[in-house]
Design a binder for this molecule. Sequence first.
Ligand code: GDP
Ligand code: IMO
Ligand code: MG
Length: 426
Amino acid sequence: MPATIVVGTQWGDEGKGKFTDLIARDMNMVVRYQGGHNAGHTLVVDGQSFALQLVPSGVLYEHTTPVIGNGVVVDPRVLLAEIDMLTSKGVDCSRLKVSGNAHLIMPYHQQLDALHERHLGAAKLGTTKRGIGPTYADKAMRTGIRVQDLLDPKIFRQKLEVALQHHNKVLTKVFNRLPIDVDTVATEYLEECAPRVSGFIADTVALVHDNLESGGQVLFEGAQATFLDLDHGTYPFVTSSNPVAGGACVGAGIGPRDISRIIGIAKAYVTRVGAGPFPTELFDEVGDYLIDVGHEYGTNTGRRRRTGWFDAVMMRQAVRLNSLSEIALTKLDILDGLDTIKVCVAYEADGQTYEHIPYHQTVFHAAQPVYEELPGWRTDISAVTEPDGLPSAAAEYIAFLEDQIGVPIRLVGVGPGRTQFLDRAV
Ligand code: GDP
Ligand code: IMO
Ligand code: MG
């Protein structure tokens, strides 16, 4: 049985971590394929909360091998801190594998990310300032340093010197900052990080294929989301990788025929953190309610998320871009306290109605949502585990979304805990 992908369908923080953890129960390998520690994936197991940034969400099961694929960008200092954090909570990280081809986030990447944001002023993107964009830029420029370079101090130093020749000019001459010292970075990466990271470095492409060929179950865990995708998202308000399902092929080294199931994770409403267009954004007390009740603050950065109604137009696009075979709807319980719930079914712009995302971004930026209003259920559903146990209005809300999107909603989240979900397929 080939591979499964979990992919975010909105602007991130849909609950990918929780559902990856849940689905990983039946997998023996969980692979991250893009992004870095800009991700924050929260798992709540037996009341204990784990906020993961780099380590795949399958790490909590002893029967899974967590893999960081070639498409990920890795800050080794953050990786080691996360391993230490997990170990202190009793999680065994010894099975973790990291691709030697993954690119390293270097201290100058992080500094440049923050400086670039400041330089943009009011036009800033609202990045996580983790160095993600500059690291992928160096990868595309072919001046990046890869995880496997940690194993060869001579090569590492050579590459670092070349990179710093350029970046130090930018730091000093463009941003009026002090240059970064080669020796300081080399010492930190080669002497402090490399001895510990080296034990995790592996040919992850071979691992994934050996596992698939021997009948193993592989789950690919997307970070970020469809509308943060560098190619398909709301550019330039996007991340610098390809979170869409196709990104798993490039970022882990598999072909499309290896994939059989693609699960889109969608929140029952929408959130976004950082700048950029958001047609269904709420600025009223309902928006405040979603933030308060949904605890909509960034897992890592603590930033207040922006909130809005569910957007079926975006979801139709997410279905196309990812070939979604099903949807997992999360945080339905957060809508418990609302009298009525709106769903955006189309956009209006330029006197036209759009059922799919308008191609031109000027039109998209001006799009006004067309809403249908549905009754709320005003009942606590957080303990419901069977579809029959849902209030009829909640069941109707799910059916309405399904009808709008055209893809089955199989799993539904009713709370953060591992057991707080229902499976509509059984
Ligand atoms: P991710 O980045 O997609 O993994 O999502 P985050 O972990 O950043 O944010 C999702 C938040 O919602 C986390 O705090 C989860 O514990 C929580 N969560 C996930 N699913 C549900 C759900 O169905 N109901 C509730 N109330 N919380 C959920
Ligand atoms: P998970 O995996 C939500 C957003 C940032 C910013 C934009 C670019 O937890 O869903 P970057 O640092 O990547 O260059 O920032 O992308 N962003 C996220 N928003 N969830 C995430 O990850 C995100 N990762 C990046 O807020 O708008
Ligand atoms: Mg998150």
